[in-house]
Design a protein around this ligand. Structure first.
Ligand SMILES: [Mn+2]
Length: 485
């Protein structure tokens, strides 16, 4: 990447520091400044059609409006975060903002202004860069540096919401009167402007509402999740095809291979890929991915492509690196598969959310007792939770814009709630025998297995969105053999 403009005649006493974001660069002659103002074509885009999810976003804003009548609601997209010096992490807009607008532009803020019969939505965002004052090329946030932005008129046409200059928002919020709530954690500047008008408790109610609103997905969201899963399936196939290269290098080869698919077909990975070979599979969130990949070991790959609309898949397969499970690996794998089957069967409308977890845990406890790793009976093991030494985590979670979606939802609507058509959740039991677990026979140590699928609750049961990836041990082997040919 290139650096900023270099001053023609640096004068260290007068202009010791180059200002990237807000100041003008030194050393620009009046003639050049004047020259840069003109000679640019009108590129305004006309007759733009609204984005596909615009009507869905409008419905979501209407539901939000109905929940908080008479209150001003402020939902920021968030700001760029510094990675180092003058480089930033790639931007990912806040889930709440994306859900309510379909937009992903940094520094933007959605404001719902109360009116007598509801709310009026306004999107505050940066307009096109000014050419007259030189900001488009003399400021590091100018379009010459970061790329063309949509004009406010273009954005309004695309998103179906009136747009205004975000640089006027903080002042307007400071002066405004009446009740107001903001989604916290995304935009410190906006929060500062509202500091003496909001309370943590009321803001949390807004966040909770937006989390619970996302529990049931609409048709657009289900389509996007299927798209994310389909790309993820191709990413898993990519990985199987290059396992020999991973053996010659490290888990990083697997991470990079999956990431290529994520970037080509989507926006990114929805979370750091877990590429855990051998004993690393027993570390639940192994994302260092710097270990060796060895024939004879298992690879636990937990990864998901995030679509350009920011919906993510979350899929795990545990694969024999050499294409064939050993007897013990198969025994453990088949137990997890059986637990997952029991879990998936418990996903249906009207069932308690906890049912699929309980169903999977029961199967795992039964096997652990059967193998003599824990003393039965199974009821005692489940009552005391003794299986959890090796099952470690919950059996699933909601999935959507966030990989752990709807996380702010109240216990009564989520964990203690009831499944409804349109919910999408993961079912992902696992068994993990740590390398240093002296309570299990030595041959178990360092084996970790998880199988995870993305399940849509339908009117009469469920649909496995990730069914295209085989799960049964013999089918996994056949699938791998087919890909490696
Ligand atoms: Mn998961």
């Amino acid at each position: 990447m290139t650096d900023e403009l270099t001053p023609e005649t640096p004068d260290e006493d007068e202009q010791p520091i180059k200002q990237r974001k807000n100041g003008l660069y030194p050393g620009v002659s009046d003639e050049l400044a004047e020259n840069m103002k003109s000679g640019w074509a009108d590129t305004e885009l006309r007759d733009l059609q609204p984005i596909e999810q615009a009507p869905n976003a409008a419905r979501r804003r209407a539901a939000l409006s109905a929940r908080f009548p008479g209150e001003r609601l402020v939902i920021p997209a968030g700001n760029l975060k510094t990675r180092s010096n003058d480089t930033e992490y790639s931007f990912r807009a806040s889930t709440e903002y994306v859900y309510l607008t379909g937009d992903q532009t940094d520094d933007s803020v959605l404001v719902l202004e109360p009116t007598k019969d509801g709310h009026e939505a306004t999107l505050y965002r940066l307009p096109r860069s000014d050419r007259e004052n030189g900001e488009f090329w003399l400021n590091g946030m100018g379009e010459l540096w970061v790329g063309r932005r949509h004009s406010l008129t273009e954005s309004a046409a695309l998103l179906g919401v009136a747009c205004k200059d975000v640089r006027e928002l903080a002042e307007a919020l400071k002066e405004a009167t009446g009740p107001v709530r903001v989604v916290r954690g995304h935009d410190a500047g906006i929060e500062a402007a509202l500091a003496d008008k909001v309370t943590a408790e009321r803001d949390e109610e807004l966040r909770v509402h937006l989390s619970e609103a996302r529990v049931v997905k609409d048709e657009f969201e289900i389509g996007q999740l299927q798209k994310a899963v389909d790309s993820t399936v191709r990413g898993f196939e990519d990985v199987v095809k290059v396992l020999d290269k991973a053996e010659a290098t490290s888990e990083r080869y697997i991470e990079g291979t999956f990431f290529l698919r994520a970037r080509v077909e989507g926006n990114d990975v929805g979370y750091g890929s877990i590429c855990a070979a051998g004993p690393h599979a027993t570390t639940l969130h192994w994302v260092r991915n710097d270990g060796p990949v060895r024939s004879g070991d298992l690879l636990l790959l937990d990864a998901g492509v995030e679509t350009d609309t920011l919906y993510t898949a979350d899929v795990t397969r545990t694969l024999p690196i050499n294409g064939r499970f050993s007897d013990l690996q198969r025994k453990i794998y088949d137990a997890v598969f059986e637990a997952q089957e029991a879990g998936i069967a418990a996903v249906k409308p009207g069932a308690a959310y906890r049912d699929f977890h309980d169903a999977a845990q029961r199967v795992l406890a039964e096997r652990l007792v059967e193998w003599g790793l824990v003393e039965g009976p199974v009821e005692r093991v489940l009552e005391l939770g003794l299986q959890r030494r090796w099952t470690l985590h919950g059996t699933g979670h909601m999935l959507g814009l966030d990989v752990h979606d709807c996380a702010a939802a109240r216990t009564e609507t989520y964990v203690n709630g009831t499944l409804e058509p349109g919910m999408v959740l993961t079912v992902e039991p696992g068994l993990y025998f740590q390398s240093d677990d002296l309570t299990v026979p030595e041959e178990y140590r360092g084996i970790g297995v998880r199988i995870e699928d993305d399940i849509l609750v339908t009117d009469d049961g469920n649909r496995n969105l990730s069914a295209a990836l085989p799960r049964r041990s013999d089918e996994v082997e056949a699938w791998m053999a087919g890909l490696k040919k």
